[in-house]
Design a binder for this molecule. Structure first.
Ligand SMILES: NC(=O)C1=CN([C@@H]2O[C@H](COP(=O)(O)OP(=O)(O)OC[C@H]3O[C@@H](n4cnc5c(N)ncnc54)[C@H](OP(=O)(O)O)[C@@H]3O)[C@@H](O)[C@H]2O)C=CC1
Ligand SMILES: Nc1nc(=O)c2c([nH]1)NC[C@@H]1CN(c3ccc(C(=O)N[C@@H](CCC(=O)O)C(=O)O)cc3)C=[N+]21
Length: 294
């Protein structure tokens, strides 16, 4: 058996064409060009990849992007002041503060300071609350990207056992929230209604769990952690990991070995990461529309 490769590039290109058209219409109607501001403190490698690809994608769909690079040793007060400045800037529709932030900074305080209407990452407590209640304002980019890939390849989640490795606020937790709902805001009830298990570093007997998964999502940040013996034959494997190794970028799953076992698998690069960027473009357009009054 050779797994279907869930190519994120095709999915992303189709969605970006649609976003570009809606950006064009929005511009024609309002005269406003949606603008995304990203704040990058220090030099986290995964963030560098993200920042580069975001700038390209903004240009592609007809939006503007601004990057605010700050030194590793920026103070909490200076970073909060930057966020306030972007909150108040009417030309900025979306604000994204790259994570992780250096250890001396209080990330929660910084993320809480972002105007919820510009919170394109969906990190603000009010946006997370709305998401958990099934009435989201923004959908978090990476989890939304995972759902869009599954939809594109006609792999519904309803009634399926989904096992998510990782419980972070950026991937594992919001993805679990989305998939356990009765319906997905963008993809309907077939792309929700899963039975979700979330595993983490304190989960014993991980392999017993992963072997139960119809859909296995890896988001832990450990290169090639998921091996072929952990996957049920025919299962769908979604690899969210972005790890930099001597051989380039690689995900959290042993991709080559899994091709012989899984029914379908996302590559890294060229998988979920592409969709994260694209769903960020979608959220920036949504933010601009909300700020323009509907
Ligand atoms: N493709 C994309 O668009 C994106 C990719 N990423 C990538 O995804 C990966 C995960 O990112 P993120 O969620 O931010 O990571 P975090 O480091 O915030 O969280 C990692 C999670 O994995 C768990 N974990 C770590 N090691 C193990 C293990 N050996 N067994 C079981 N669970 C484990 C941790 O458990 P515990 O909670 O107990 O510590 C934690 O819940 C990274 O490679 C990151 O670069 C991130 C965002 C977007
Ligand atoms: N506030 C915040 N929000 C995030 O969503 C966030 C973050 N901080 N910090 C870093 C992680 C990581 N992340 C990636 C997104 C896209 C690619 C991406 O474009 N990946 C391409 C890479 C292609 C390439 O250039 O080689 C791919 O996988 O095909 C990678 C990584 C978002 N993150």
């Amino acid at each position: 058996m050779t797994a279907t490769i869930l190519d994120g590039k095709t999915v992303s290109a189709a969605l970006q064409d649609d976003i570009a058209q809606r950006v064009e219409q929005f511009k024609a109607k309002t005269g406003v060009t949606p603008c995304l501001a990203a704040v990058l403190v220090g030099e986290d490698p995964a963030s560098q990849v993200y920042v580069r690809n975001k700038e390209r994608a903004c240009a592609k769909v007809g939006m503007t992007s601004q990057l605010f690079r700050r030194a590793e040793d920026i103070s909490q007060a200076d970073l909060l002041a930057l966020v306030q400045q972007l909150n108040q800037d009417d030309n900025v529709n979306g604000i994204l503060v790259q994570l992780p932030l250096p250890k001396h900074l209080d990330a929660s305080e910084v993320l809480d300071a972002i105007d919820p209407r510009k919170d394109v990452d969906c990190f603000h407590p009010s946006n997370v609350g709305l998401l958990s209640q099934g009435r989201p304002n923004f959908l978090p980019c990476t989890p939304h990207g995972v759902v869009q890939i599954l939809k594109h390849f006609d792999l519904p989640t309803a009634g399926k056992n989904v096992v998510i490795l990782g419980r972070s606020d950026i991937v594992g937790k919001p993805l679990a929230l989305m998939l356990m709902q009765r319906t997905s805001q963008t993809c309907g009830s077939d792309y929700a209604n899963a039975t979700v298990t979330v595993a983490h570093s304190r989960t014993p007997n991980l392999k017993e769990l992963t072997l139960q998964a119809d859909i296995l999502v890896a988001a832990i940040g450990v290169a090639k952690f998921v091996t072929a013996d952990m996957v049920k034959p025919g299962a769908v494997v979604v690899d969210v990991g972005i790890n930099r190794t001597d051989d380039g970028l690689c995900g959290d799953v042993d991709y080559d070995a899994l091709l012989q076992v899984a029914g379908a698998v996302t590559p890294v690069p060229g998988g979920v990461g592409r969709l994260t960027v694209t769903m960020l473009m979608e959220n920036t357009l949504q933010a601009a529309m909300i700020q323009a009054g509907g």
